[in-house]
Design a protein around this ligand. Structure first.
Ligand code: NAP
Length: 269
């Protein structure tokens, strides 16, 4: 269909990669035109449709984004920090919108993405669901309304395969809480607690990460005062939530100028 946004999915055999391919296919505003995987992955060289549901779709999974990037408007990328940085170089050169869900990016990676966003739009979010982005806004407002008599703790739980902690979403919530208090998270973040930690420092923001089973993602922001506790919580039951949000970001990003954007920009929040 004319006017459709042409999309490539990176890391298409992954938990999120498969959801992203499905979300693109179910949305008639966009068209799935390509898919990548890590060199050596079983899916490389095979028809994507056959890998997904046994029905050929005429798209071969490649291990080099360079071969296909010039034929798309947006790349959906929920992979690894190393792959995401390599992809950012190519999307910047091709002036293609880069939607990044990958978490665990270091400061040097973020600086690289900032530089790449001078050439093409980059939409990066620790979480692409509407609910979590609303939770982020609420967290900032509640943190701004309460003083340091309320201790802020962010508790998250994810499935047993997750490799980084705290989650990208937990950090996003921590940043929102710090912003509400007029500070940077780096200045308020409590180190991980183990052993004799001493008393909790006033004004600090603490993180706890639970891992187990097949939990898609749960986040709770706790404001603990004396004699009362406020708690804001989001539960994700289905990864499609993130995949549909990422597709929405790609449709939006396709029409943006180069720059760094978040899901709050996409949702107009
Ligand atoms: P996963 O199942 O391990 O998927 C990652 C995929 O990327 C794997 O298929 C992996 O292939 C592939 N990959 C690795 N290097 C690659 C390369 N150079 N080129 C192409 N593909 C490559 O992990 P997941 O659960 O889908 O999560 C992926 C990332 O998204 C994580 O950082 C996670 O925290 C994040 N995430 C974000 C959100 C959000 O809303 N922002 C939501 C969920 C997850 P191999 O298996 O062959 O290595």
């Amino acid at each position: 269909m004319a006017g459709q946004t042409k999309i490539i999915v990176a890391g298409v055999s992954g938990r999120m990669g498969q959801m992203l391919a499905q979300a693109v296919r179910e949305n008639d505003q966009c068209l799935l035109v390509g898919a990548t995987e890590r060199a050596g992955n079983d899916w490389v060289g095979r028809d994507l449709g056959e890998c997904l549901d046994g029905k050929p779709m005429g798209i071969t999974v490649v291990d080099d984004l360079l071969d296909i990037v010039s034929d798309c408007h947006a790349l959906l990328d929920f992979t690894t920090p190393k792959a995401t940085i390599a992809n950012a170089e190519l999307t910047a050169q091709a002036r293609v919108a880069h939607v990044i869900g990958t978490t665990g990016l270091r400061d040097a990676d973020l600086a690289y993405l900032s530089a790449a966003s001078r050439h093409a739009p980059i939409i990066r979010a620790g979480n692409f669901s509407l609910g979590v982005n609303l939770l982020t806004m609420l967290t900032q407002k509640v943190a701004a309304a309460l003083n340091e008599d309320f201790d802020i703790e962010i508790v998250e739980m994810h499935h047993r395969h997750k490799v980084d902690a705290p989650s990208g979403t937990a950090l996003m919530l921590g940043e929102a809480a710090a912003e509400g208090r007029g500070a940077a998270l780096a200045d308020l973040r409590d180190p991980a607690r183990e052993g004799i930690t001493g008393e909790r420092q006033r004004g600090h923001i603490g993180f706890s990460a639970m891992r187990g089973g097949d939990v898609v993602g749960e986040h709770e922001v706790v404001f603990a005062g004396l004699g009362e506790r406020i708690s804001l919580k989001h539960i994700a039951n289905d990864r499609m939530l993130f995949a549909r949000g990422a597709v929405k970001a790609a449709l939006w990003g396709h029409h943006q100028k180069p720059g760094e954007y978040s899901m709050l920009d996409v949702l107009g929040l």
